[in-house]
Design a protein around this ligand. Sequence first.
Ligand SMILES: *Cc1c(COP(=O)(O)O)cnc(C)c1O
Length: 393
Amino acid sequence: MSYHVNKKGYYGEYGGAYIPEMLYPNVEELRQKYLEIMNETSFKEEFNQLLKDYVGRPSPLYFAKRLSEKHNAKIYLKREDLNHTGAHKINNTIGQILMAKRLGKKRIIAETGAGQHGVATATVCALMGMQCIVYMGEIDITRQAPNVARMKMLGAEVRPALSGSRTLKDATNEAIRDWINNPVDTHYIIGSAIGPHPYPDMVTRFQSVISEEIKWQLKEKEGSENPDYVVACIGGGSNAAGTFYHYLDVPEVGIIAVEAAGKGINSGESAATSVLGKTGIIHGCKTLLMQTQDGQITEPYSISAGLDYPGVGPMHSHLYTSGRGEFYSATDDEAMVAGLELAQLEGIIPAIESAHALAIFEHKKFKKDDVVVISLSGRGDKDLDTYIKYFKL
Ligand SMILES: *Cc1c(COP(=O)(O)O)cnc(C)c1O
């Protein structure tokens, strides 16, 4: 079985490009050119140079000694939290801004929920001197004021989405409307391994630098490129896709995804998409998503803004359905405790998203000599208020 995208843009039965007719030329242009552009020597050189000098790659692979003793396994952390802007999202936005330049685009649009992808997009637009418009739900604009300020300081325009629930899905609708109206000069930077083909594959390839580095870093430390398990949290699934990519076809490496169970899988307040989801269409692709009986997308919930998404990328739906990946979900409480534990055992304050991956030890027991690599997708600075309130610090 293949876990990679096929020529038609599908992972098993998931993926494809379910888009309005008027968007077809934009998506088709990207589909025809993305692989060719990514394979150009000059593209690779510029991408790798920026990852090195601007993002600060390679990110360290850190052996977490005290965490390993506590949980009886050899635990390594892939330190995406040390990247410029504090998470893995920048790997993708650097790649896409270079893609936009090669396609001759002058204007960048993006949607954002919590504002993390908006900040990563505004950052690379400043870097390249490109116009940047970020659509954001009106509710999210008030909830996420610091990230709105960051985007503005970076020179982006933040446009409120005023319709519907005034959150992420409404911002996405606005971004798509903008793209339809500006098909020639605009590139739409999607922030996770979702969207119509070729976005999931393109984003995954940009993020695959994570597992490319893990391979040689682990070889240096353990004498083998292959851990027993790779573990990542899943919102839309981009840090997970990057962490899994080079191990998809290596059956001896176990793939573990951790979703947000919120207040509990059956509480009605969760984002455990693969368990609760059914096949449907979201953001232009066919994938597992949380929906009501009559197909309305359900409002997701998680304490971590980055996992608060009702769908999951098509690659992950396929990993789940095919059984190649093991899927777990961690509650708010489990994640918060795991985040505090990492802070006190290793001196690293993780993003609450990443803390969900760390909560795997509540759900699965490893063998003492198992090598377990966990994607530490981001740092916890942005989450300090949530930690303060939760633990009454
Ligand atoms: C956005 C975000 C995520 C979730 O996004 P994916 O596309 O699933 O990786 C996870 N961790 C951090 C730190 C984030 O900012």
